[in-house]
Design a binder for this molecule. Sequence first.
Ligand SMILES: [Ca+2]
Length: 444
Amino acid sequence: MSLVRPQLEYSSTVWDPYQQGHIDMLEKVQRRVARYVMGKYRNRSSVGEMIQHLGWKSLKSRRKEARLSMMYKIVNNKVAIDPDEYFVKPSRRSRHMHHHAFAVPSATKDSREWSYFLNTIRDWNSLPPDIAASKSLEIFKSQDQVEPVFSDHLSYVTYFLSALAKSHKTGLTVRINDLDNSVTTSPPSPTTSPLSITTSQLFVTTTQSLAPTSTVPPPKDCKELYDRGQSSTGVYEIEISDSITKSVICDMTTQDGGWTVIQNRHDGTVDFYRTWSQYKNGFGSVETEYWIGNEAIYKLVSLYTSTKLYIEMEDWSSNIKYALYNQFILYSEVQDYRIYVSGYSGTSGDCIDYYDASFGGSKDKFSHNNMKFSTWDEDNDSHPSVNCGETMKGGWWYSECMASNLNGLYLASGTVDSTSMSCKTFGNDYQSLKRVKMMIKGVS
Ligand SMILES: [Ca+2]
């Protein structure tokens, strides 16, 4: 078997039978080997259960996986086959097609219809988008690309019950007696005895319970989501670390997409005059306005060796300007979430690493670069006599005190006040802005 099976699988790119008779004949090879391995030759022994017990997938599934792995290699230029020669992007993308789907060429003959490329493109297009966008072949292979094929009803039920038990980490082993369909579990089920489930009930429970056991881990940030093929700006759930899960807005269109929005303000519905602990953990919501939280930002930045910061601002006359920093670092709470930015470009002017030559010196007293984060209840600013967080009514990397106050008060149109949500270089000093969005993206 171990001699024959690899040949059958690896040759599947050139020969993968599509006629049921041929498929069954190949499957018989494996069924015979199962009897041999288990040492059970009597007719009443169920081969389906043996194969299940051995954990073997059907040869048909294994061929499909081999074909898909080859397709993955071609698509990702890991073999010397030019993907452009064989795969065409669909002219129209249906709602069900994922980002990496290809057009299926038409075929008039069965032999072409079931040839490697047509057959595999169809299978490829029906893969969950996350799997098609896997970052490496190892990850791609580790996912269940094909549904298990069952030889009979009982092996199907056994599979689902064991999967269910596994998904709940109960350590429950499920056995179904071939002869009378009775179900036994070890350890014995504490709640139901005897355990009896109808097939239709099973369908309902298993489809629902199995959904969350997807092998694709949740994304850590919007960049990861973008790399998996998600290209729509919107609200997503990200798992930044074991202890931090956030609902965030992902901007998938600005500057190549993949931006995790860490601050979003546009109507003043959320109060930003908050404590250290609130700024640490985050507040507000994706439906209104929010600050994702300093700890979350610190963890997001820690995922990469380099992270960019993008600030988009709009005034009350609908002028939209931006500041992009090629490098952004937020240090840990031990360092009071100190900020570092460099590599400014944009249209708003640099109101973070602000510098006004008329003051002289190498660093401006209003610059926020390398400053610690301050709130009204944690004065870490460089002003000897003023508690900037309290006086300027926000949480920010205040110096003496600031050139920007983007977490300041949301004031009405045209208000010029140092407490307002403002950026000194945008135009008119501390004139209140209408909308601010801050977002970050890991680059390497
Ligand atoms: Ca102070």
